[in-house]
Design a protein around this ligand. Structure first.
Ligand code: GLU
Length: 307
């Protein structure tokens, strides 16, 4: 039943998006966000990363990357302040992008030796396990289910699922108040699994990209978007007159860097990089120049889970 409904809503969404693309624009969901942008003159400067020399690792992914002369990194493209691609300049920006560049530098790859591949939530496990990316950095929650298919370095951040609503929303104040409401989330994401639990009583709508859910919210076809607060704050900051985050997180979402399940050497190298740059302050600088701009307070990441 729900699936059929989702398909119908998806079809309407495509129509709505086409209409928006051709005509007037109702806020920005997937294009250039508003507000203070990472890398802009008003934002704190981004750190630079020293590119390590003569790195040698007995890791299959690393060896392949060395041979081709570049790293292939999977990322999101429609999450402002986290993983964002400016459609006109093709520049990538955000917290996850910088974490990925910082790790790349420690592996001996400069910014120009990175090839980015946009990988949405629903296809992460496939892209990683099939070796389409060397590693993936994109609001990727570490959990046991996913560990059956991929490996994780980290965690390097902890988010929690929350709700994004229109600024004038009065009824939705937290997870207890979504009964009968149309709530959108993303295929293959942990918050989608959560909001589908019968106890919430929500009417769930699914898309492949968060920006599609946000567009639906702006055009009043749904009542709320649920996913990690870190992501939702980015959309709210991009549409400050139209959207707000409820601010009552209801899950734990520790972010990891996804990589081949059996590549322990690369996993350890990435963990070393994360550890080193939390200690030397680079991590905090990255945070303040990216995610911090959308209103998330700085906290140190949880302890690394080395396994
Ligand atoms: N962190 C959650 C997840 O990994 C939601 C965000 C996302 O879809 O990337 O599923």
């Amino acid at each position: 039943m729900k699936l059929r409904k989702s398909a119908a809503v998806a079809a309407i969404a495509v129509l709505a998006l086409t209409a928006t693309a051709c005509g007037g624009k109702e806020g920005s969901a997937g294009d250039k966000p508003g507000g203070k942008q990472p890398g802009s003159s008003e934002a704190p400067p981004l750190p630079t990363y020293e590119v390590a020399k003569d790195v040698a690792l007995d890791s299959p992914a690393f060896k392949k990357a060395k041979k081709r002369g570049k790293l292939i990194i999977g990322a999101k493209a429609d999450q402002p302040y986290l993983g964002f691609e400016d459609q006109s300049t093709k520049e990538r920006s955000g917290f996850d992008i910088e974490i990925a560049r910082m790790i790349a530098a420690d592996l001996g790859f400069s910014k120009d030796q990175i090839e980015w591949k946009t990988v949405d939530s629903g296809i992460r496990e496939t892209a990683i396990s099939k070796g389409q990316v060397d590693y993936f950095v994109g609001t990727y929650t570490i959990n046991d289910e996913r560990k059956k298919q991929v490996g994780f370095a980290g965690p390097y951040y902890k988010a929690g699922a929350d709700l994004l609503v229109r600024k004038d929303e009065k009824d939705i104040k937290g997870k207890e108040t979504v009964k009968g409401k149309k709530v959108c989330s993303i295929v293959g994401s942990t918050p989608l699994q959560e909001i589908k639990k019968p106890e919430y009583g929500a009417s769930v709508v699914e898309f492949a990209k968060y920006s599609d859910c946000v567009q639906q919210l702006l055009t009043k076809q749904i009542d709320a978007v649920t996913t990690d607060d870190s992501i939702l704050k980015g959309y709210a900051a991009s549409n400050p007159d139209k959207l707000k985050v409820v601010g009552q997180p209801f899950t734990d979402e520790p972010y990891g860097v996804g990589l081949n399940k059996d590549d322990k050497v690369l996993r350890e190298a990435i963990n070393d990089s994360l550890e080193r740059h939390v200690l030397d302050g680079t991590y905090k600088k990255i945070y303040e120049a990216t995610l911090g701009l959308s209103g998330s307070e700085f906290t140190l990441p949880p302890a690394l889970e080395r396994y």
